[in-house]
Design a protein around this ligand. Sequence first.
Ligand SMILES: NC(=O)c1ccc[n+]([C@@H]2O[C@H](COP(=O)([O-])OP(=O)(O)OC[C@H]3O[C@@H](n4cnc5c(N)ncnc54)[C@H](O)[C@@H]3O)[C@@H](O)[C@H]2O)c1
Length: 463
Amino acid sequence: MPISRRSLLKSFGVASGAALLADFPLDVLATARPILEEAYPFSPYQPKKTITAITLGAGSRGNVYGGYALQFPNALDIVGVAEPNPVRNERYSKKHQIDNKNRFNTWEDVFKVPKFADAVIITTPDRLHYGPCMAALKAGYDVLLEKPISPSQKECEDILALSKKTGRIVAVCHVLRYAPYFVKLRKVIQSGAIGELVSIQHLEPIGHVHMSHSYVRGNWHNRHETTPIILAKSCHDLDILRWMVDKPCTKVVAMGGIKWFKKENAPAGSTARCSDGCAVEGSCPYSALKIYHRNRSWTHVFDLPEDREKQGEAILEYLKTTNYGRCVYRMENNQEDHYICNLEFEGGVTANFSMEAFTSYEGRRTRVMGSMGDIVGDMNTFTVTDFRTGKSEEFDHSKIEDVENYKNSGHGGGDWLLVNDWIAAISERNPALLTSTIDASIESHIMGFKAEKSRTSGKVERL
Ligand SMILES: NC(=O)c1ccc[n+]([C@@H]2O[C@H](COP(=O)([O-])OP(=O)(O)OC[C@H]3O[C@@H](n4cnc5c(N)ncnc54)[C@H](O)[C@@H]3O)[C@@H](O)[C@H]2O)c1
C-alpha cells in the first residue's frame, strides 16, 4: 500500500520535516498515486443565507463572477452595480434584475449610500482597485478583489492593514490557486512523492495574438496607466511558484524588453490602421480585420448589438475608432514581450520563470524537479515520474467530471472555484477557507515589484 509522507511523518510524531526525508528508506516514501486517484472534491457550497454582492466594473471579469450568481442563485445574488458604460450597466442590471436605485455610474457612488449588501466584487481597471477596496472595507463590506491588488506596494500594504483592522474578508483573484490542475500539482509536491523539491521551471506562453490584443493594442498596453506586465499578466505565475514552493522568496533577478512591437519593425506598405489599405494585411498575423472581423475572436471587448446580423458592421466601426484597429507596430505600447525571472527561495529551492509573447500556443508549462522524481505539465495534464520505480503516472483535467459548468468559467475552472470558496469564507466568517487571502497573496506581488526593480537596475534584489 502506498503511504503518504504526511501520515508517515505523523506516525513518527513529526508535523513537517523535509530534513528527515533523507533518513527514510526509499521504498516507503510517498507515491503520487493516492493523490492522482483522489476524486476532485468540488461540490457547490450552499450558504445558510444567500450572500449578496455589488459588482464594481461590469466588464469582462465582472461578468465571469456574475455568471456564478446566475448559475447558483441561492449562493450568490448580485444586488447592485457601478459601471460608467451605459450599455454594460444596462445589460448587467437586466441579467441580475438589479433594482434601479442600486445602479450607479461609478464606484464612488456606491459608498455614498448606506451599506446594502454583504460584499463587493472589485473588477474595475487596475488603477481603480485601491480606492474602492479601501472604501468597501471602511463601510464594512467583504471583498472579492481582482488582481493586481494595486500597482503600488504601499497601497497593497494599506489594504492588508485595513483588512486586518476591520476583520473583513478580502479574497484576491489569484484564480490559479483554485484550478484543480494546480491544486493537485501542489499536493503531489507536498506529499513528498518526488522527494525533496529542488527546482521549478515555469513558462507562461501568452500567445502572439493574445499579446497583441491585450498588451499592444488593448487595456494593458501602457504600463503607466495600468500595471507592468510582470504583475498584469504574471502575478499569477509568481504567486503559483511561491505557493508551490511554500517558502518565502529571498532573491529575484529579472531581464526583459520589447523586441518586436515597435515602429522600426513596421512592414513596408503597412498603414496606421489595418483597414486603411495596408499592403500586408492579408499575410500579417496581427491583422485586426482578420482577428476581430473575419475570425470573430477576442470580440468580448466590444459592446456588440445582440442582433448577430449587425455585429460585423459594429466590429468594423470599432476597428476604425479604437486602438483595436491600429497597426501593432505603431502603438504607444510599453510592455515587455519577453521577460525572464530567476528566483531563489528559503532553503535554496530555485525557480526560473519565462513570460513569452511569441508562441503559437497558450497554457502554462511547468516542470518540477525533485530528488526522487519529476513532474512535467501543460496546465491540462501533468506526468509524475518516480525515479525509484521508473514509472510515470498522469493527471488529466479533461477526464475530471464537470460539475455545474465550473470548467468553463476560465483559468482551468479556477474562476468559479474561487467564488465558491469566497462565499463559504464569508458565510462561515472563516478566511482560512480561502487559499488566496490578502495576507497569502501580497508576497507574490512584492516579488513582482522586486522583479521590476531588478529588470531596470540590472541588480539582484533581495526580499
Ligand atoms: N484574475 C484574472 O486572471 C484576470 C484576468 C483578466 C483581468 N483581470 C483584472 O480584472 C480587472 C478588470 O479587467 P477586465 O478584463 O474585466 O476589464 P474590462 O475593461 O472588461 O472591465 C472593467 C470595467 O470597469 C469599468 N469601470 C471603469 N471605471 C469605473 C468606475 N469608476 N467605476 C466602476 N466601473 C468602472 C469599465 O467601464 C469596464 O466595464 C483588471 O484589474 C484586470 O487586470 C484579472
